[in-house]
Ligand binder design. Structure first.
Ligand code: TRP
Length: 496
């Protein structure tokens, strides 16, 4: 029997709170409910639609969802309990899939593994469906501009931040005159930060300026210590990661964060008190089974790894920072981060209502391409794969000229005739990240793809932009002292 309008409306409310039919792991309950739809739900039921698209994206894989814990889902409709059966086990052979087309091999995106299934790189469009998040669309950007009076940052205009969760709730708060806070972080795994590491921080800094809100930055020295398995690494000690946190803090501070509005902390230093109370609440309400499903842990994972997600969850709740927020437990949180961090926050969002807190909202970015091309890995040990924050003007020039993967043609004649391919050209991609002028960028795109502009000329444009940006950064970095770091890392009240 098809679902009634009242039922679909109640389902929409269910999926506002829950990720899946039964809480926060996918199950046969989802596959069974999915089969009760003949077509996608209407777009005004946006939470139901997000769930539907998400389940659809699994295709045939839905046959291997784990069994549902319950046979039915009970919804409240006009104060009456209505039960929808979600156990109708698969009908005919071969009909086990939720979606129609057979799923190809999927991209893998988790906090600790990122692997594209094709050489074109990660398919971000698919990822939005797969993760059940929402696209950053024109309507959101327009609302953003209307509310703030600012043209959206180029990362938003160009879909470098391409996906979100609950951004409208944050804008609702702003509209009604309420403040929110920003939270982001970094795992200090090496001293050598590169420009790709700056993306989330540049976005965060801009949001802080535009909204005039407080910001907390978590440095997960504990995480990097727990995950380090490479015995050949020179130094695997906890002390090592702890000191990297302070070093990395200097680079972050050099992006010009406002000390009056920003608190940076290392987990090793800071975890305790009110923060730890929230870590415990999260730990009590998340089972091993759940983190296993989300992060791929198994019986041989260390217990440190298994409990760590609770530590990354805790900064999403304002009550973790009483010296900033007093006794306010409901200040909404917005987290700008790479899409690979989403699993942590899916878990956080699912546990939040159970422990009486608001779910954090998210803005997700794409990955920053390596110099060698979007499909190759950016490796901290290969100094030719990226631009480091310490590279000199000359090194920047040499690296771009020598290593930046080019979408140009083999000969000048061919290039003039056929034009370059901006879709694979790393120099062009980097310009989309760092050249703010939309008209100039569009002009370069046209000139390059029509063959009027040669690869060397395109690279020269990028070198100019990066040298200027890095010179400014390095000037500010010189001014950051141990004393500055101490100021940012001292728990204190913030101005907002
Ligand atoms: N786990 C992240 C990393 O390895 C660090 C991190 C902690 C983070 N909290 C965060 C990143 C919040 C983004 C947002 O880099």
């Amino acid at each position: 029997m098809p679902l009634s309008d009242l039922e679909t409306k109640a389902l929409d409310e269910h999926f506002l709170i829950c990720s899946y039919v039964h809480g926060y792991t996918v199950s046969q309950g989802d596959a069974a409910l999915f089969r009760q739809f003949n077509c996608a739900p209407p777009s005004h039921l946006c939470h139901l639609l997000r769930w539907y698209t998400h389940i659809h994206s699994f295709g045939r894989e839905s046959a291997s969802f784990p069994a549902a814990k319950k046979e039915s889902l009970t919804l409240l409709i006009n104060d009456k309990e209505v039960t929808i059966m979600v156990n109708n086990s698969m009908e005919a052979e071969g009909q086990g899939e939720a979606g129609q087309p057979p799923a190809p091999e999927e991209d893998i995106v988790t906090p600790h593994t990122v692997q594209a299934s094709s050489n074109k790189g990660i398919d971000y469009d698919k990822l939005v469906d797969r993760f059940g998040s929402s696209r950053i669309d024109e309507a959101l950007l327009e609302r953003f501009e209307r509310l703030t009076g600012h043209k959206p940052h180029r990362f938003l205009r160009r879909n470098i931040f391409f996906s979100h969760r609950d951004m409208h709730r944050i804008l609702d708060a702003v509209e009604s005159g309420k403040k929110f806070f920003l939270y982001t972080g970094r795992g200090p795994s090496s001293n050598a930060m590169h420009i790709g590491h700056l993306i989330a921080f540049i976005m965060t800094k801009w949001l802080q300026d535009v909204f005039d809100v407080p910001l907390v930055i978590q440095l997960t020295d504990d995480e990097k210590y727990l995950w380090q398995k490479d015995a050949t690494k020179k130094d695997n000690s906890l002390e090592h990661y702890h000191s990297l946190a302070r070093e990395n803090a200097k680079d972050i501070i050099a992006l010009d964060f406002d000390v009056n509005k920003t608190f940076i902390f290392s987990d090793v230093d800071f975890v305790g008190g009110a923060f730890y109370e929230n870590v415990l609440k999260v730990q009590k309400h998340v089972t091993f089974n759940q983190v296993k499903g989300i992060f791929g842990f198994d019986e041989s994972s260390s217990i440190g790894m298994i409990m760590f997600p609770a530590i990354q969850a805790a900064p999403s709740f304002s009550s973790s920072f009483p010296f900033i927020f007093g006794n306010k437990k409901d200040v909404p949180c917005l987290i700008p981060c790479g899409i690979d961090q989403d699993p942590y926050f899916r878990m956080t969002r699912d546990v939040a209502p159970k422990i009486g807190f608001q779910k954090p909202a998210l803005l997700h970015s794409t990955f920053f391409p390596a110099l060698h091309g979007a499909s190759s890995k950016m490796s901290a040990s290969d100094s030719t794969s990226s631009i480091y924050l310490t590279d000199t003007a000359n090194q920047i020039k040499k690296k771009i000229n020598k290593y930046a993967f080019s979408g140009g043609r083999d000969t000048v004649e061919e290039h003039r005739e056929l034009g370059g391919d901006c879709e694979v050209d790393v120099s062009f991609m980097y310009l989309t990240f760092f050249l703010d002028d939309d008209e100039k960028l569009e002009e370069i795109r046209q000139q390059y793809s029509s063959g009027k502009m040669l690869t060397g000329e395109l690279k020269a444009e990028l070198i100019k932009v990066l040298q200027k940006m890095m010179a400014e950064f390095q000037e500010r970095r010189k001014l950051v002292t141990d004393e500055t770091v101490k100021q940012f890392m001292t728990p204190r009240s913030l101005k907002f």
